[in-house]
Design a protein around this ligand. Structure first.
Ligand SMILES: [Zn+2]
Length: 75
């Protein structure tokens, strides 16, 4: 049995991730861009916090490409 956890955008509260907690813990420290409002969410200790304003292309590209590859088609 997997204990799935849903994470929401800090800004608009739309669902960004719905994964087992084990998988979410592996993504800790990555940035995710909300497709609804475009705000960046930093995954910190199994919750989303507002990402820092300084844009880090390496972090963002890596997270989007590896985790949200299907969404990458829209960029
Ligand atoms: Zn949002």
């Amino acid at each position: 049995m997997h204990n799935s956890k849903t994470l929401f955008c800090y800004n608009c509260k739309s669902v960004l991730l719905n994964l087992p907690e084990v998988e979410i813990s592996k993504l800790n420290g990555l940035n995710f861009v909300c497709e609804c409002c475009g705000h960046r969410n930093l995954l910190t200790k199994n919750q989303f916090l507002k990402s820092v304003d300084s844009y880090d292309p390496y972090i963002s590209i890596k997270s989007i490409d590896s985790i949200l590859s299907e969404r990458a088609m829209f960029y």
